[in-house]
Design a protein around this ligand. Sequence first.
Ligand SMILES: O=C(O)C1=C[C@@H](OP(=O)(O)O)[C@@H](O)[C@H](O)C1
Ligand SMILES: C=C(OP(=O)(O)O)C(=O)O
Length: 449
Amino acid sequence: MSAHHFPDAAPEPLVSAPGRALEGAVRIPGDKSVSHRSIMLGALAVGKSRVSGLLEGEDVMATAAAMRAMGATVTRKGEGEWEIDGVGVGGLLEPDDVIDMGNSGTSTRLIMGLIATHPIQVTMTGDASLRKRPMGRVIDPLTDMGASVHARTGGRLPLVIKGTDMPLPIDYTTPMASAQVKSAVLLAGLNTPGITTVREKVATRDHTERMLSSMGADIRVEDGTEGRVVKLVGQPELSPIHMEVPGDISSSAFPMVAASIVPGSDVLIRNVGLNPLRTGIIFALREMGADITVENERVLGGEPVGDLRVRAARLKGVQGLSVDPSTMIDEFPVLFAAAAVAEGDSRFDGLHELRVKESDRLAAMAAGLKANGVEVEEFDDGIIIKGCGGNVPGGGTVETHLDHRIAMSFAILGQRADKPVTIDDARAIRTSFPVFIEMMKGLGAGLEA
Ligand SMILES: O=C(O)C1=C[C@@H](OP(=O)(O)O)[C@@H](O)[C@H](O)C1
Ligand SMILES: C=C(OP(=O)(O)O)C(=O)O
């Protein structure tokens, strides 16, 4: 059960200080984006889906609970082994209580898409972080398709969404680079007669498209001069999924940065998902001088995977990246930690989306870096970080604002701090990477709960 069910429960601080050089091989838990989608789409298939390597973090468990509340049978068979008995497209039932999405934006926005074109009414809520996040970006297109939504001011949770029994296909251009918005519209398009079209100026992660295609849906993706166009033919019969979820590259980013910045480190990260719309962090770190090699490339569950070997390197600052931010959107906080240790200043921009994640990640990183003696300048859509060219001073306490990525980023930064870095509350780490602390300690990191 997630932390917000115990609002009075004590926070769990974490102290990070240098350990030894990081060494060893690890297998990162399953990809969060793929895990969510495997449960949602398994729930809409006809028959029994089997998924292994599922991420058993709180966010994915929120998705599982919601799909159960809407009639699917979602069963844990063993560690990471799950079975989903689908109700078929159009078969979702009205839950008899509020559904609680915890800390998870992906669960909320994608499931809103599913509800929008089923004739059911659902009340959704979430934790203090999720209740601050904007849902207008999905409310707008889902309303065009026929759903009605009553949300709190600013399109915020809790909200009531009433799906339509007469859905209309739409041709929608996403106003911001967001795989969640794209996926919400495509999932709504599943129970909509005709062709639903989503256009994006820059391509975002395409796990929904890949999984739907593997399940037999008629879905076409075309890249043109104005970006990417995805067309889905509605009301398919989806065959069940049988897949192994690749390791989460977003989680891998933490040991990747740690091994890069701790002198003498040499780490092998096995089985990492290398979908080209997710690999920005590898290129960004290499632009800063990191030593990362990809070995043993193969395909798993319709997604490319490989092993990453990361050796310590002297990182240098960068003035803007040549990498598209949407290919590494969740990895910026830990990249900022790398920039704080690097030699020379770094400037990152075009990152307005970071302000609407589990926390305002530009503000939270700027505050935490400053508290630990790093000079930064935060601006509207980015940040300038003055690299320390080695250890950061440290000694500060970081406010995580219920944001797992902020907590983990500072746990990594503490590995190169003169004085320990204190994280006010590490509980949010369970949303995406429950074994993080244990795994990092196993590699040699100095972390004390
Ligand atoms: O579709 C997904 O699984 C996700 C999309 C991204 O969000 P946006 O679509 O808001 O950019 C990302 O930040 C999130 O962690 C997962
Ligand atoms: C932004 C994230 O997730 P979500 O939007 O699903 O809460 C994340 O995991 O960094």
